[in-house]
Design a protein around this ligand. Structure first.
Ligand code: 0WD
Length: 253
């Protein structure tokens, strides 16, 4: 399905990362990928995981530093000469902003959360553009907290709302170049970032009970949806937020 396709994956921290599940699904269909890691602490993990896939490239990239974003895309250009897809699977908010009341969010926490979790999508889309010479697909990760209040999700919910809106504006801009942009709104999954959200354990058991499928979603299910959105099977879909949450979002009382 993705034979000869080239991708770049942002947001692998370890083997539990949603980004890694996306990469595995794409690799199984023949894609070759570059992986970015944020800082030395994650370098070894990412190199080890990427090393299990043929033709991969590992480059440092912290989206708060534009030079590292430019360098990552330059490295992709040098190794592969072009790009077909981007998986953007990164988010960050200061820990103190993910507990207590939203009303106490500091200016600095707000700025950081929105910059790293939302603006970075536009930043990588712009950098990817010159390499997507025959069209492409960009997929990002959102969460239900973008549209409904989820206790403790706080400023990250506001950032995800900005992210989902960015998906629509980017899709409108890039459609003329046959580049599609979509978000996956994933149900809660126990990953490294998720541990930063207070009460994650109770959130997982609540959603596991209340969702139509009576369970939580897996990384592999999110990865398979990313594969679908990246592939030509989704050639008519852009600007959307697709729920991969065992149906939780449809439930009322
Ligand atoms: O329940 C969940 N786990 C859900 C996650 C439900 C719905 C959505 N998501 C979203 C997250 O908000 C995020 O956007 O999925 C995306 C991936 O999250 P993940 O797979 O749950 O988390 P993780 O494995 O921790 O990967 C996120 C990574 C960072 O890891 P850490 O934990 O070290 O913050 O995002 C990267 C980093 O590798 N990241 C950055 N990359 C480049 N520049 C930056 C940055 N400034 N900040 C974080």
């Amino acid at each position: 399905m993705l034979k000869d396709k080239i991708g770049i994956i942002f947001g692998v921290a370890n083997k539990r990362s949603i980004a890694w599940a996306c990469a595995q699904a794409c690799a199984a269909q023949g894609a070759k990928m570059a992986f970015t890691y944020q800082g030395e602490r994650l370098k070894e993990n990412v190199e080890e995981l990427a090393g299990t896939l043929d033709g991969s490239l590992v480059v440092p990239c912290d989206v708060s530093d534009q030079a590292t974003v430019d360098a990552a895309f330059e490295a992709v250009k040098n190794k592969y000469g072009r790009l077909d897809f981007v998986v953007h699977s990164i988010a960050f908010a200061p820990k103190e902003a993910l507990e207590g009341e939203f009303v106490t969010t500091s200016r600095e926490a707000f700025r950081t959360a929105l910059e790293i979790s939302a603006f970075s999508l536009t930043q990588v889309a712009l950098a990817a553009l010159p390499l997507m010479t025959t069209g492409g697909s960009i997929v990002t990760m959102s969460y239900y907290g973008a549209e409904k209040v989820v206790t403790s999700y706080n400023v990250m919910g506001v950032a995800k709302a900005a992210l989902e809106s960015s998906v629509r504006y980017l899709a409108a801009d890039l459609g003329k170049d046959n580049i599609r942009v979509n978000a996956i709104s994933a149900g809660p999954i126990n990953t490294l970032s998720a541990r930063g959200v207070k009460n994650m354990g109770s959130l997982l058991s609540y959603v596991g009970e209340k969702s139509p499928l009576r369970r939580n979603v897996t990384q592999a299910e999110v990865g398979n949806t990313a594969l679908f959105l990246i592939s030509d099977m989704a050639s008519g879909i852009t600007g959307e937020t697709i729920y991969v949450d065992c149906g939780y979002n449809i439930m009322g009382i």
